[in-house]
Design a protein around this ligand. Structure first.
Ligand SMILES: Nc1ncnc2c1ncn2[C@@H]1O[C@H](COP(=O)(O)OP(=O)(O)OP(=O)(O)O)[C@@H](O)[C@H]1O
Length: 443
């Protein structure tokens, strides 16, 4: 077997299919004496492969050439593709080639799938609904509207829907787009007199996934266009999935007829994860990075970064990079050291005072009302909500929180957190207020 083919076979066994398809398959190789030239199609692939795989490629090429290859060189470019390259690629990818191309055309990221999405109480309903519509697009809930705070997994779920539809329906056409990109594409189409094609493209898909629809705010022409696309797709029973940082009715700057349509199908929320889910997500991300994360470290990070999974992931990456550079093992002490700045920023972000101010503003009260001894209902409920938020978002103990709320007893705080927890399950108004406040505090 040729040298490069052997290297590729070996890497296919070692890497995930996403890594392999993205980084190794696009490379072409030529041997010139003791030099192995690797040609990457663009700078992105070149930089990444050089940083991450050159060591391994050097070892493998030396091994399979019996020591003949002593140097590897990365360049941008591509030779005329030879029949042998195409055969190799075909053999490697099989049906995946087609899927990868359709995925790329749909703007979907293969890593965001249901397998890598960790289920927890905070996202259970959103995940279940997404799986359901991915299995029966257009047939059940339409549109599916996913809302929740920043970095909680909305985009991940939308991609997972698209990926599952593509994988299970070889003929399906899917498009994922951020709403800003929809606007930009429309403007481009208008400028180039291609609006007809634009309409046709979006109205002929089997699933249209539009992320962060709040960015349609104030863009009337785009809203108009999207409105018609929306109607056309719904009429022909094609699936629409939308996401936003807020409830459909509350998306500002969007005309009423569109806003009301957002809520026609099923609306599901994603909340910030509970501690257990955060720990599970960290373990899952660590295993994707091929890192063994000690339990106490996972727990430490999760309990300090409560509100946003993107930040959780960012902290993990930073920790792993730090351990990598310094060659030190990931222990609890090392983690505290490595994440010092991140944790300070987090603590600064959500203080009890901040929570009191935000809750008071939200209910049009004064912060001092929340601290006062007055027990009227208009004050008591917001006060309990603020206490529950303080418990969820800060690391303060119950007595400390009680102290910060006008010197109340810790049992009062405990009662408040339990009360709000049960009201969130039974009273949609409270559930929505709580969700909005969480979002305001963790943006
Ligand atoms: N349940 C989960 N399991 C695993 N990873 C998750 C989960 N939820 C979120 N993530 C990860 O967190 C990161 C942020 O998620 P995502 O981009 O989907 O957030 P978002 O809600 O769309 O945020 P934004 O409002 O900024 O668009 C992603 O890397 C995603 O993979």
């Amino acid at each position: 077997m040729a040298l490069w083919e052997q290297c590729v076979n070996q890497l296919k066994a070692e890497l995930t299919s996403a890594e392999f398809n993205t980084w190794i398959l696009p490379l072409q190789a030529r041997v010139e004496g003791s030099l192995l030239r690797l040609l990457a199609p663009n700078r992105f692939v070149l930089d990444w492969t050089r940083t991450h795989y050159s060591e391994r490629l050097r070892e493998l090429s030396q091994r399979y050439s019996q020591g003949r290859i002593s140097e590897i060189q990365f360049e941008i470019g591509g030779f005329e593709r030879r029949a042998s390259d195409r055969a190799l690629e075909g053999q490697m990818r099989g049906g995946e080639a087609d899927l990868a191309a359709r995925r790329a055309a749909a703007n979907l990221n293969a890593d965001f799938c249901f397998e890598t999405f960790v289920e927890g109480k905070s996202n259970q309903l959103a995940r279940a609904a997404s799986i359901q519509i991915a299995r029966n697009p257009g047939a059940t809930y339409n549109p599916l509207f996913i809302y929740g705070g920043v970095g909680l997994g909305k985009t991940h779920l939308m991609h997972a829907v698209g990926n599952l539809i593509l994988a299970s329906q070889p003929q399906a056409r899917v498009i994922y787009l951020h709403s800003e990109r929809f606007v930009a594409e429309m403007i481009k189409a208008l400028q180039h007199n291609r609006i007809k094609e634009f309409k046709k493209t979006y109205r002929s898909v089997n699933a249209l996934l539009i992320d962060d629809v709040q960015f349609f705010a104030g863009k009337e022409r785009s809203q108009e266009e999207f409105f018609h696309t929306f109607n056309a797709l719904l009429e022909s029973r094609q699936q629409i999935v939308l996401s936003s940082d807020r409830f459909p009715r509350e998306v500002p700057g969007v005309e009423e007829r569109l806003r009301s349509r957002f809520g026609w199908g099923l609306t599901v929320a994603i909340d910030p994860p509970d501690l257990e889910t955060s720990v599970a997500i960290l373990h899952s991300k660590a295993s994707l990075l091929k890192v063994n994360l000690p339990e106490d470290v996972a727990f430490f990070i999760a309990s300090h970064i409560r509100s946003n999974i993107r930040e959780l992931e960012g902290a993990l990456r930073r920790l792993v990079a730090n351990a990598h550079f310094t060659g030190r093992p990931i222990t609890l002490d090392f983690t505290k050291q490595a994440l010092r700045d991140v944790l300070v920023a987090q603590d600064r972000q959500v203080s009890i005072e901040n929570i009191q101010r935000t809750v008071a503003e939200y209910y049009k009260l004064r912060p001092s009302d929340l601290l006062s001894a007055k027990r009227s209902r208009v004050l008591a409920r917001p006060r309990q909500i603020a206490m529950a938020l303080a418990k969820e978002l800060t690391r303060h103990s119950l007595p400390e929180i009680g102290q910060a709320f006008g010197g109340r007893d810790h049992t009062t705080v405990l009662h408040a957190t339990r009360k709000i927890k049960s009201l969130r399950d039974t009273d949609p108004g409270i559930a929505e207020d709580y969700h909005n406040l969480l979002r305001l505090l963790t943006l």
